[in-house]
Design a protein around this ligand. Structure first.
Ligand code: SAM
Length: 269
């Protein structure tokens, strides 16, 4: 294990930063490989800094961003210097098609929008276009150079892969620690306002529980976060379940923060 302290370089809906202390007693003491199949902001990865890891996400902007931080950090920092925290500039950057940009410009746009968009949300419409309004922050730190340098070092020997969580099955072996933090099963019809690229419905939750069971058979150490709903309790009825409390946005307004119950499912004690 490396010893530097790093914070996640991006704000991410459902980020686990505030829960890390509560997670501490649930983490395994030893493992050979770490896999995080819904990495997002990677709060747990940056907390434990495993030297052997595979990170997976379905969001190509996230995966491209980590790979650019890992491989092209100086070019990224240079590009980040051009950004302005101004309304018109923000909407111009927002209107760009990420697929028309080279990987460095794409990562730069991603981080810029992430730091200046309202509430740090990453939300796309049905056509996949980023649609969050300008955040009007006074002085957002778009380029935290020291932290990005540490992130780049932490990712040095790490694979960051674009794709579905089930890729974990191809890489995991016995004594691999897999931490799943999927889009949560909604606690109410209106609670799922932070949409990721695509929705993660009941069928995906079932598919995920099947993947969990297959990895269990392989002898992996498994930990999963989700909401405390009847569906999730039913899917993981054969495993150890702990209830924890988290402060979360429960609707799209900043005032809609409240304490909600989440669960941690594990296949080990
Ligand atoms: C709750 S967030 C993870 C938050 C993260 N643990 C953190 O601390 O920031 C869920 C992530 O799953 C990704 N995702 C959604 N569907 C996916 C799928 N089928 N396979 C892999 N990743 C997926 C989203 O892009 C998002 O980054």
């Amino acid at each position: 294990m490396k010893r530097i302290r790093i914070k996640s370089p991006i704000k991410w809906a459902g980020g686990k930063g505030q829960l890390l202390e509560q997670f501490e007693p649930f983490l395994p003491k030893k493992f050979d490989l770490y896999i995080e199949p819904f990495v997002g902001g990677g709060a747990l990865f940056f907390h434990i800094l495993p030297s052997n890891a595979i990170l997976i996400d379905m969001n190509l902007d996230v995966v491209n961003f980590y790979n650019v931080v890992k491989n092209n950090l100086e070019e990224l920092i240079n590009d980040l210097r051009k950004h302005k925290n101004e309304r018109n500039y923000y909407y111009m950057m927002r209107s760009l098609n990420p697929e028309s940009l080279d990987p460095i410009q794409r990562a730069s746009r991603f981080l810029y929008l992430n730091k200046t968009a309202y509430n740090g949300l990453w939300r796309v419409n049905k056509k996949g276009k980023f649609n969050v309004p300008f955040g009007r922050y006074k002085n957002p730190k778009i380029c935290d150079e020291d932290n990005l340098r540490n992130v780049s070092l932490a990712l040095k020997d790490i694979s960051v892969i674009w794709g579905d969580f089930s890729i974990a099955l191809d890489h995991a072996k016995s004594n691999t620690f897999v931490y799943f933090d999927p889009p949560y099963d909604p606690i109410s019809k209106t609670s799922n306002f932070t949409s990721y690229s695509g929705t993660f419905g009941v069928e995906d939750q079932i598919r995920l529980s099947e993947c969990f069971k297959a990895l269990d058979k392989k002898g992996c150490l498994l930990m999963l976060s989700n909401s405390n709903t009847p569906l999730i309790r039913k899917l993981y009825v054969d495993y150890e379940i702990h209830v924890i409390k988290a402060r979360r946005m429960i609707n799209s307004k900043v005032t809609g923060r409240g304490e909600v119950e989440e669960i941690i499912v594990r296949n080990f004690s």
